[in-house]
Design a binder for this molecule. Sequence first.
Ligand SMILES: [Zn+2]
Length: 113
Amino acid sequence: MGLYEGIKDVARIVQQADNLELYKALLDLSAQALDMQAEIATLKKENEELKAETLKKKSIVRHKGIYITLEGEQPEIAYCSTCYGKDSKLIQMFDYDEECYQCPVCHTYAYKN
Ligand SMILES: [Zn+2]
């Protein structure tokens, strides 16, 4: 049974008891419980995002040519270290020519080395 259904069941029983103060107290507690449930959902989502971010940071490999790769990613993909440093976003770079990658967002060039 979910929180909302549980509150409705208890409210029905309290209503039958015909005690207005008890009913008002239950409504106050119900509102608080539902607010807390919403806050928990928000915190869970933030926690998942932070876990994912931490995992990304752990597996990042920096290269002298100012691009980054992710450890264990096959085939290896180059990401823009400028965008990552600025916004913590992994923007995949493309092959500009034989020697360089380029970022499609900030247009930074990075030597392949
Ligand atoms: Zn970039």
